[in-house]
Design a protein around this ligand. Structure first.
Ligand code: AMP
Ligand code: ZN
Length: 121
């Protein structure tokens, strides 16, 4: 999948509509079209990266930034845990098809608003 055809690159370029949650020069965040919980947001880099397997050393800051953005969004959307760590959310990268990866543009799932089981299915 090249950038030209990539569904998430199209979302970043505004060619496919999305419900934006956050944007800066490096990342874009939007509501998942098929949410698995009351809060389900995807945080993606604006530049096309296929996935965790394709990260380069120079992407380390970018990936760190994705986590900082996720934490801020969780706070904003009211799913961040309190001081006793009640409440909370899950951050997930699906890496490869067995893990459930279906879109091959790096994305961090932020899932919250309900209690979740472990291990995941
Ligand atoms: P993954 O299975 O980890 O690759 O996650 C891909 C996610 O992208 C799934 O949760 C899909 O529901 C979501 N998704 C696919 N297309 C869109 C879209 N056009 N807008 C928002 N979310 C999407
Ligand atoms: Zn892409």
């Amino acid at each position: 999948m090249q950038e030209r055809d990539c569904i998430f690159c199209k979302i970043v370029r505004g060619e496919i509509p999305s419900k934006k949650v956050y944007e800066d020069d490096q990342v874009y965040a939007f509501h998942d079209i098929n949410p698995v919980a009351p809060v389900h947001v995807l945080i993606i880099p604006k530049k096309h990266i296929f996935g965790i397997q394709h990260l380069e050393p120079e992407d380390e800051c970018l990936v760190g930034h994705m986590f900082t953005v996720a934490r801020e969004i969780a706070q904003e959307l009211g799913v961040a845990p309190d001081e006793e760590l009640n409440g909370g959310y899950r951050l997930v990268f699906n890496v490869g098809k067995d893990a459930g990866q279906t879109v091959f543009h790096l994305h961090l799932h932020l899932i919250g608003g309900r209690s979740m089981g472990w291990p995941p299915g």
